[in-house]
Design a protein. Structure first.
Length: 257
């Protein structure tokens, strides 16, 4: 009789309660962004609704993996959970990038040139992100199966790309904050927190995403360490949900014209 392996517990997924708490916490955010997507249909709100939906599913699966022996022994379910957490970051990062570019377009500032203009190309940014997502999916599949060494290489490449893109986001966000204070932000909602301090809130979002990615790349070679709940929740899960909460700041996202 073969011994069954609980992959979830071996790889650090042990606690039901925090996963359940995060799944529940994302639900009102999901509802809020869906309502905003209907009332103020912008790319940022629509994609964040999608992100919250993915996180609800991912944390629900994580809770099941932690609480059920049979689920924990299902390697395919564990891999699917890892893929969901990796793919979801695409939506969060691109939402932050879109927010910064949308706010920049409302500044009374001259257009960027050279390298800065290139890094503001949404298509290029999106294609590079898609490449990182594909590498991450391949890496998660290989790292948890019979080819962990190649899986580590793919996951490292994906994490590096995401870290570089997050750094690009941070650079644009800092530039937005510096420029917005000098030239002014054109909006009809001048007395709201988001319109007055949106650039600085965007900086907080970028900083949280940098924390998340720094942790991901620092632990990419050790899946069990990356899933260590004493590190994973405060350095991976918490920065994500805090950034989503900041996105809900009134009038942070510009009204579409």
């Amino acid at each position: 009789m073969s011994t069954k392996i609980n992959y979830a517990k071996i790889l650090g997924v042990e606690s039901v309660a925090p996963a359940a708490v995060f799944a529940v916490a994302y639900f009102p955010l999901f509802v809020w962004f869906v309502r905003q997507s209907i009332g103020r249909p912008t790319y940022v709100f629509i994609v964040l609704s999608f992100f919250c939906c993915i996180r609800i599913a991912a944390f629900t699966i994580r809770a099941v993996l932690a609480g059920s022996e049979s689920a924990g022994e299902n390697l395919s379910l564990y891999i699917a959970n890892s893929v969901l957490f990796g793919v979801g970051f695409f939506a969060l990062l691109y939402s932050a990038y879109t927010l910064v570019l949308d706010r920049w377009s409302l500044l009374d500032a001259p257009p960027e040139r050279g390298v800065l203009r290139l890094t503001q190309n949404r298509t290029i940014f999106k294609v590079i992100m898609l490449a990182a997502v594909v590498l991450g999916i391949i890496g998660s599949s290989k790292a948890s199966s019979s080819d962990p060494q190649n899986g580590k290489v793919y996951r490292m490449a994906s994490s590096i790309i995401f870290l570089v893109l997050t750094a690009v986001l941070a650079a644009h966000t800092i530039r937005l904050a510096l420029t917005e204070g000098k030239v002014g932000f054109r909006t009809s909602e001048t007395d709201t927190l988001g319109s007055k301090h949106g650039a600085y809130i965007s900086c907080l979002i970028a900083a949280l995403l940098l924390v998340r990615e720094a942790f991901a790349i620092a632990t990419v070679g050790n899946v069990s360490k990356q899933n260590n709940e004493h590190l994973w929740y405060p350095l991976f899960a918490l920065p994500e949900i805090l950034s989503v909460i900041f996105f809900a700041t009134p009038c942070l996202v510009p009204i579409p014209k």
